[in-house]
Structures are given as structure tokens and as C-alpha cells.
Ligand binder design. Structure first.
Ligand code: NDP
Length: 304
């Protein structure tokens, strides 16, 4: 533990005795998370006009996946009001909570837990974050959109469910590893109803993919400057817009390629902000739209 925003661990939790309302994010690793900066800024702003929030604080915990069950039990025993989960805990926690919000059920992953006397209740606010970010940064709706989704990991699963639940016109999913793509297609089939869903190899996209599509990158290709592009945009019919879930670095090679083609782009920072604001709404009852601007300012400052 050191500095103004310490990283806590399991032993700190064993002896936790803070009065007041505590919130936490658990991850492994956790040191790059800017969620504490976003949430504590929003809580401080709320506390200025509403004394109920004066003793609310959000902490970060480094928790190894093997320790997640113990950490969740301790956080419940210490009566934390809410928890955010980040890599690699979102899927692991899904089977370890007392209840799951209906909208999170098909995602198979939770990023937000709410305290209940009988145990944790799990939610997933990433899909809300994605839809809100696309509306805010690209002025587009998932409803009625032809979506080309890249990736088949946890983020892609959440994005695919959200696109289908919001009534996208079609969903085409490209992923490097065929077996992971097939698994995702099977998971999405019950959510799809009559919406056309197909998979493809991003190294040779089919010629009949829709034009004017919304391209969403949910792969981790782009986190490092040396990563390959998740897809060569020139092999697709001209897209309407490109959204990259990656926010650090703020400009990925994919977004640069889209800009060079004159296609509108946005990175994933707004998604991070809106999923955070929705989580705080679940814990506090304060509408996400009220806290999102403060969270956005804090996120920009934390990354600057
Ligand atoms: P996972 O590890 O579950 O999935 C990674 C995905 O990326 C897989 O589809 C994998 O393909 C693909 N991939 C990895 N490396 C490459 C590469 N070099 N070329 C092509 N494809 C590659 O990660 P998540 O789904 O949890 O996260 C994905 C991204 O989304 C991350 O960058 C994460 O930071 C971001 N994210 C952003 C959020 C936000 O709020 N802005 C929220 C959640 C996630 P394969 O199957 O072939 O291995």
C-alpha cells in the first residue's frame, strides 16, 4: 500500500474495518485501472449536494483468480455495497453470485455486483456502455445497424448480445481463431431470433458483407503499437463508422486506417465511462446520465 490511491490485496480485506459505504474494483492486474479515479470523482461531486454520499469511497484490489471466491465472500462479510470486476474475473464471477440480472444472463459474464443480504447480484453494464458510447461519439444507434464485429472473446460476446438485444439489422463476426468464433456463434444463436448472424475469417472477408456497416473492434489487437490490424479495412465495403473498444492508446492502427479513409471513428473511453456510470446507478440509484460527465472528465485527466 502506498500513495493516495493504494492497491489493496486480500490480507487488507481480512482486516478491513472502514465505516461508511465502500465500493471496489477487483482485477489481476489492477494497476492500470482508472475506475477509482472516475468513481471517486463522481462520488465527491455527488457529496457536494447530497450528504448521503459523504462517506462513499471506491477502492482497487489486486486479486488473483484463485482468490476470487475468498475475496467475494470477504467483501460480502465486510458489507461492501458494490463491486466492479475486470480482467480476468468477469466470467469467473458469473457462477459465484447468488443471482444474475436477466439481461446479463446470455452474456455469461458480470462486471458489476450489488450487495444483497442473501449474496451478490450480478449485472453487466458493458453492453449499455457500448451502446451509449456509440450514440455519444458516433451519433449512431445499434438498432437497425449492420454491425461488423471483430473478436470472439468476452468483450465481443457482450457486444454481440447487446447488438442483438437492441435490434441490429445484421451481425457479421470476424475472428482470427475459427474455433473461438464457432463457440461465440453458438452462444449468440438463442439471442439472435430472426436477425441474420454469420461468422467470417478477417484475413479474407466475404465480398457480400454489408456496406455502411458499423465496425466494432472487440479484439485486443491494437493495445500494443506492434500488433497487427484486426482487419484490413480496405477489404471491406466502405463502413459508416469504426468504433474501437481500446482506449489506451487512444489512437490504434485500426482507427488511423479508418481516419485515412475518411471514415468517422471513436475509441473505447466513452464506453468505459458509461459502463462505470451505469454501475454507480445500480449501487446508488443516481441516473447514469448525471454522473457520466464527471466520470469522463476524471478519465481524461487520469489518462493525460
Ligand atoms: P479476450 O482475451 O477475451 O479476447 C481477445 C480477442 O482478441 C479474441 O477474439 C482474440 O482472437 C483477439 N485477438 C487477440 N490478439 C489478436 C491479434 N493479434 N490479432 C487478431 N485478433 C486478436 O479479451 P476481451 O474480450 O476481454 O477484451 C478485448 C478488448 O476489448 C481489449 O482490448 C479490452 O481492453 C477491450 N475492452 C474495452 C472495454 C471498454 O470499456 N472500453 C471493456 C471491455 C474490453 P483469438 O480468438 O483468435 O485469440
Amino acid at each position: 500500500m502506498s500513495g493516495p490511491d493504494p492497491i489493496y490485496r486480500l490480507p487488507d480485506l481480512e482486516s478491513w474495518s472502514r465505516p461508511g459505504t465502500s465500493l471496489a474494483v477487483l482485477g489481476h492486474p489492477i494497476k492500470h485501472s482508472i475506475s477509482p479515479a472516475m468513481h471517486n470523482a463522481a462520488l465527491a461531486a455527488l457529496a457536494r449536494t447530497d450528504p448521503r454520499f459523504a462517506d462513499w469511497r471506491y477502492f482497487r484490489f489486486e486479486v488473483h483468480p484463485d482468490d476470487l471466491p475468498r475475496a467475494l465472500a470477504l467483501l460480502h462479510a465486510k458489507r461492501f455495497r458494490g463491486i466492479n470486476l475486470t480482467v480476468p474475473h468477469k466470467v469467473l464471477a458469473f457462477d459465484r453470485v447468488a443471482g444474475i440480472d436477466a439481461a446479463a444472463q446470455p452474456v455469461g459474464a458480470v462486471n458489476t455486483l450489488l450487495f444483497g443480504e442473501e449474496g451478490w447480484r450480478g449485472f453487466n453494464t458493458d453492453g449499455y456502455g457500448l451502446a451509449s458510447a456509440i450514440r455519444e461519439t458516433l451519433a449512431r444507434e445499434l438498432y437497425g445497424a449492420h454491425v461488423i464485429l471483430l473478436g470472439a472473446g468476452g468483450a465481443a460476446r457482450g457486444a454481440g448480445v447487446e447488438c442483438l438485444q437492441r435490434g441490429c439489422a445484421s451481425l457479421s463476426i470476424g475472428n482470427r481463431t475459427r474455433a473461438n468464433l464457432e463457440k461465440l456463434l453458438v452462444t449468440l444463436a438463442p439471442v439472435a431470433s430472426r436477425t441474420p448472424v454469420r461468422g467470417f475469417d478477417p484475413s479474407s472477408p466475404p465480398a457480400d458483407l454489408p456496406a455502411d456497416a458499423l465496425v466494432i473492434n472487440a479484439t485486443s489487437a491494437g493495445l500494443r503499437e506492434t500488433d497487427p490490424l484486426p482487419i484490413a479495412l480496405g477489404t471491406l465495403p466502405r463502413p459508416a463508422a469504426v468504433f474501437d473498444m481500446i482506449y489506451n492508446p487512444p489512437q490504434t492502427p485500426l482507427l488511423r486506417a479508418a481516419t485515412a479513409l475518411g471514415v468517422p471513428t471513436a475509441n473505447g473511453l466513452s464506453m468505459l465511462v458509461h459502463q462505470g456510470a451505469k454501475a454507480l446507478e445500480i449501487w446508488s440509484g443516481i441516473p447514469a446520465a448525471e454522473t457520466a460527465p464527471t466520470m469522463a472528465a476524471a478519465a481524461h485527466a487520469a489518462l493525460a
